[in-house]
Design a protein around this ligand. Structure first.
Ligand code: G3P
Length: 215
């Protein structure tokens, strides 16, 4: 499973890149709004740090506008993926950008049929928002299970990109279900390597090492 980081913060992206496990980055307008500076410059910086896919979201509501924005954003770097909303106009934009060889990420996917539609339009990634489904008492991870099966049934090349991840358990379940990508906030990413038994075991090893005759 690929690990993307879900942030536009350069510090967090740099730290995650240094961990040696980072495959890509996802941003959205809300994440961009937390950062200072021009969003195009931020995207260019991110693309320098991370060679993998970097999602940049369009804000037009019509296909023509989305395509125009998408083509502009794609000029920033070769690894830009255009994030398109999962609406009817978005399908047209996905089809057109895909035909031009530009990677797309269908965002705000909340149902299996939305996932199938964006895959049929040719999306590189489909982003189901699991945390937001959990928020309204649905089972977000059930959607991941369904999408993995649907794409496998028809050999669709679209990758399930688990988004709106809130906990390490979302990541564990994503890996068990065979999701292709999980985009993870920095806080959760940092928690994935932690275990209290590792910490206490290490503390004991270091304490015992002081008793070892080093001569
Ligand atoms: O990847 C989508 C993500 O940024 C949304 O997360 O926590 O706002 O639902 P959240």
């Amino acid at each position: 499973m690929k690990f993307f980081i879900d942030t536009a913060n350069l510090d967090e992206i740099q730290q995650a890149a240094e961990m040696g496990i980072l495959d890509g980055v996802t941003t959205n307008p809300s994440l961009m709004a937390k950062e200072k500076g021009s969003f195009k410059e931020i995207l260019a910086e991110i693309c320098k740090i991370v060679p993998g896919s970097v999602s940049a979201e369009v804000v037009s509501m019509d296909a023509e506008g989305m395509i125009k924005e998408g083509k502009e954003l794609a000029k920033i770097a070769d690894n830009i993926t255009i994030k398109i909303p999962t609406i009817l106009e978005g399908l047209k934009a996905i089809k057109s950008l895909t035909a031009e060889g530009i990677e797309t990420n269908a965002t705000l996917v909340f149902s299996p049929m939305q996932g199938l539609m964006v895959a049929k339009a040719g999306a590189t990634y489909a982003s189901p928002f699991v945390g937001r489904l959990d928020d309204i008492s649905h089972n977000g991870m059930h959607l991941i299970e369904q999408l993995v099966v649907i794409y496998e049934n028809y050999n669709l090349p679209t990758q399930v990109l688990v988004a709106s991840v809130r906990s390490t358990q979302h990541v564990v379940q994503s890996a068990l279900m065979g999701a292709h990508v999980c985009t993870i906030p920095f806080k959760v990413l940092s928690q994935l390597i932690k275990h209290p038994l590792t910490d206490s075991g290490l503390e004991k090893f270091l304490a015992d090492w002081k008793k070892v005759n080093k001569g």
